[in-house]
Design a protein around this ligand. Structure first.
Ligand SMILES: Cc1ncc(COP(=O)(O)O)c(C=O)c1O
Length: 475
């Protein structure tokens, strides 16, 4: 009897892996009993685990039913197993192996900060579990059989259709489902575009270091374009090429791209045959007035829209999308690969239902109110306790920037750590080639803190703000 991966043939059974060859010889019953004792002693079969019915185990192992029934009965008699009418044969409670007690964690070893204002994600406790579950149930019930097949590399048609309608209504995007390719978040979208478009890209002087690293990884060189209160200084763009922007809410400094610059960058792309990549990562979260529409709406043949649910729902869903000009469709689909291999088709169907049923709108509206309340609280607390610190980038998004006196950023981040607060400095986001000669605010070095006010749980927010104020430099 060699090692067996036993697979219940009798429908009602459960799988059980036993290494019959590894426990010595003897009668078949004795070998089986030793293998079961080994599995219980080693903790692989925990107390309470239900064993497969003896018939199915016998079929799986190629043993006579009596052999397995006798082995079970003897192990019951020895106290390793219990047999009760109606609940089958289970591993006995007292057969539990001795488990060493875990070593107590001393507070000094726990290096997690007490408070977290690192930007990047919505409060995980705010995920709309109930509504998501209802969508998942409806979507799975209605899904055609082909949803469980290999899939279309563009992603599920249901979600592409739902997004085409949603993005047109909410973000002013000009798209039909045929121009949408689903992907695993904005990061994946950038990887695909890097492979298809390649070359050198202009990127904002302040941006996500992870995105720059990912582009370098794909062989794309990035050159910085200055950033100020009106967003990227797109007048600096020279000649044809590709530019990656965050027009709705410059990341991380926070200003929306000025209307004149929106028009100018589209003119530049038209005149030079250039391409604008619009990272619309948090476009729905605008607080003081209606969100600005996507630049893509101005010229869908020269602007690629990149979207994601990472800020609105959760970064763990790994669902994003590209709205593409006709000329890039084939290349991107080819770069993506033969079949949907990145984000689960069932999650895509769930999101399609979530959007179509209006649950996404409701969730975004609820989160907008919640983020706005938090932003207002941040501004109030700073006005009270640190009026000398200027807060910028507050019109939209899930984070704000606190301007700091030159040369103080490192010390403030350190002081925050002493207060048990995790928060990042603005310089962490600066492009390494954007030297101090960038010219004016935003082009060169600026000291500041990037404060993610959506991150903490409700109950931890006041404490996080208190720790922040204690870390700030005095007036
Ligand atoms: C600037 C920016 N773009 C896009 C995203 C979304 O990335 P992803 O969809 O890969 O999670 C983020 C982070 O959530 C971001 O900060």
């Amino acid at each position: 009897m060699a090692e067996s991966w036993v697979n219940s043939a009798e429908g009602l059974g459960s799988d059980l892996h036993l290494e019959l060859g590894a426990v010595g010889g003897g009668s078949r019953r004795a070998v089986l009993m030793r293998a079961l004792r080994e599995a219980i002693r080693g903790g692989r079969l925990a107390p309470g685990t239900r064993l497969p019915p003896y018939r199915s185990l016998a079929a799986d192992l190629g043993l006579a039913r009596n052999t397995v029934a006798d082995a079970y009965a003897e192990l019951v008699a020895e106290g390793w197993l219990t047999a009760r009418q109606g609940s089958g044969t289970r591993v006995a409670q007292r057969a539990a192996p001795a488990v060493p007690a875990p070593r107590p964690r001393t507070p000094a070893r726990d290096s997690r900060p007490a408070y977290d204002l690192v930007q990047g994600r919505p409060d995980p406790a705010a995920f709309p579990r109930g509504a998501w579950l209802a969508s998942a149930r409806r979507a799975l019930t209605a899904a055609p059989h082909d949803a469980f097949g290999p899939g279309d590399p563009r992603g599920r048609a249901e979600l592409r259709q739902a997004l085409a309608e949603y993005l047109a209504r909410v973000r002013g995007v000009r798209a039909d489902a045929g121009r949408i390719v689903l992907c695993s978040g904005a990061a994946h979208a950038l990887r695909l575009l890097a492979r298809v478009v390649g070359g050198t890209w202009a990127v904002e002087a302040y941006g996500l270091p992870f995105h720059r690293a990912l582009l370098a990884d794909e062989g794309v060189r990035t050159v910085p374009v200055g950033v100020d209160e009106d967003g990227a200084r797109v007048g600096e763009l020279a000649g044809p090429g590709t530019v990656l922007l965050t027009p709705a809410h410059q990341f991380p400094t926070g200003g929306p791209l000025h209307p004149e610059r929106r028009a100018a960058v589209v003119d530049w792309a038209r005149a030079t045959g250039g391409l604008v990549l619009e990272d619309d990562y948090d476009g729905e979260f605008r607080y003081d007035r209606q969100p600005v529409g996507a630049v893509q709406g101005l010229d869908p043949e020269h602007v690629v829209l990149i979207g994601s649910v990472s800020k609105s729902l959760s970064p763990t869903l790994r669902i994003g999308w590209l709205v593409l000009p006709e000329r890039l469709m084939d290349g991107v689909v080819e770069a993506k690969g033969e079949r949907e291999q990145w984000s689960s088709a069932t999650e895509q169907l769930t999101l399609a239902d979530f959007v179509e049923s209006g649950a996404y709108d409701r969730h975004v509206r609820r989160m907008r109110q919640r983020h706005r309340r938090r932003r207002d609280r941040l501004v109030e607390v700073l006005a009270e306790r640190a009026p000398h610190v200027r807060v910028t980038g507050i019109a939209a998004g899930l984070h704000a920037v606190l301007e700091l006196p030159p040369g103080t950023e490192r010390a403030v981040v350190k002081a925050a750590a002493w207060q048990g607060l995790a928060v990042e400095g603005l310089s962490d986001y600066r492009h390494p080639d954007s030297g101090s000669g960038g010219g004016g605010p935003g082009g060169g070095e600026r000291d500041g803190l990037v404060v993610g006010y959506s991150t903490p749980a409700e109950h931890a927010y006041a404490g996080a703000l208190d720790a922040l104020c204690r870390a700030l430099p005095p007036a």
